[in-house]
Design a binder for this molecule. Structure first.
Ligand SMILES: [Zn+2]
Length: 97
């Protein structure tokens, strides 16, 4: 008697869980879709970030990264290079707040 009662309650719980599971699956599918879009965005951002990083690296190695003297060896700090690196860097700092 009590067992069949328990079973009925358990069945109701199970139905509720299955319903929730279906909802979660739908949500997971939606998230997966969003995730894919975000992943593509992040990949694009990384390419941008890597580009800037290698430019900074190139500059630190002693080469110009500015348009006028790109890839030429520099004797001292170049304001064009610095402003270029700083310019590209600035919006990143803002979003990082
Ligand atoms: Zn330069």
């Amino acid at each position: 008697m009590s067992l069949s009662n328990d079973l009925r309650l358990w069945e109701a719980d199970l139905e509720k869980l299955l319903l929730e599971l279906r909802e979660l699956r739908q949500r997971a599918a939606n998230l997966e879709e969003q995730n894919q879009i975000l992943r593509e965005k992040v990949a694009a951002e990384n390419i941008r970030g890597e580009g800037l990083e290698s430019l900074s690296h190139l500059y630190d190695e002693g080469f110009h990264v500015c348009h006028a003297h790109f890839a030429q060896q520099r004797e001292e700090d170049c304001l064009f290079c610095l402003s270029l690196l700083h310019q590209v860097d600035a919006p990143e700092n803002k979003t990082g707040e």
